[in-house]
Design a protein. Sequence first.
Length: 325
Amino acid sequence: MTKVDIISGFLGAGKTTLIKKLIKEAFKDEKLVLIENEFGEIGIDSGFLKEGGVEITEMNSGCICCSLVGDFGVALKEVLSKYKPDRIIIEPSGVGKLSDVIKAVKDKEQDAQITLNVRTAVVDAKKCKMYMKNFGEFFNNQIENATTILLSRTQDISEDKLIECTQLIKERNKAATLVTTPWQDLEGKQLLEAMESQNTLEKELLKKEAICSCCGGHHSHTEHHHHHQHHHADEVFTSWGLETPRPFKQEAIKRVLEKLSNTQAYGMILRAKGILQDEKGNWFCFDMVPGEYEIRQEAADYTGRLCVIGTKLDKKGLQQLFEEC
Ligand SMILES: Nc1nc2c(ncn2[C@@H]2O[C@H](COP(=O)(O)OP(=O)(O)OP(=O)(O)O)[C@@H](O)[C@H]2O)c(=O)[nH]1
């Protein structure tokens, strides 16, 4: 039997950071497959993880919740017969609905040798309130359907803010285990334990009807669809990306990230990341979420690429902005 772990979380929440830690500290002796679904056309994460010897199936065909049933089934079958893994980790797109991913795995539990194990949502404690307000339909769905919620960036906020954040989460999901300790203070094995300890509760929860991500109410799926308008991620979020061998100046990229993370001049940018070469031939990667960004040195990759995700993106403006770097 192959365990299936779903590690969801909004854009830039820290899913990849968590998965890397688990691979290093908790999954050492297991045969592991990671199924990633990134929103946007260009897969940025896979290169980093391949170095760790993990096989990756990318499904960059847009949104996991739109293309899930078909593509996911095929990917899953392929992965199971080819690798016979002990564990499959699914990292859905940051704007995927966790309930859709759970349903897709459950649907396959009958005929495939799999069992749904972990249902985690990674939540950026710093931006939880803002995301709930602006992107509740997607963000809250992850919180409501997770059995364990791992808060990231808790070391960066005050105790009051952390408590406010946990209260907001508890209003939407009383049953989930909440991890509030900064991850660097915990062993990967401890995190895994917190994630896996919910298995019995999970079964109980699954018997109940899903909690509606729009209003927090309990109603059946059909009822749900009659009363609320539901959006697919690609109706709300757009992405823009670039794949190029040309060099970029790190200083210029830094200025761009400064602008994108602190203004809305190019739309509401929720996430940007990339791996590029500079004019001296050195490779660097960058990560941006609202209000913060970082640039790190990185090993060479097969080509330079970057991706920006947000709402109301000014794609032309972005193109120009990066062309000038
Ligand atoms: N300060 C701080 N930064 C963090 C923490 N977790 C993640 N980050 C940073 O946030 C950025 C995004 O982290 P990722 O792990 O790539 O997030 P993700 O959820 O996989 O992002 P997507 O690619 O959008 O799905 C990176 O720059 C991380 O280094 C945290 O707990 N504290």
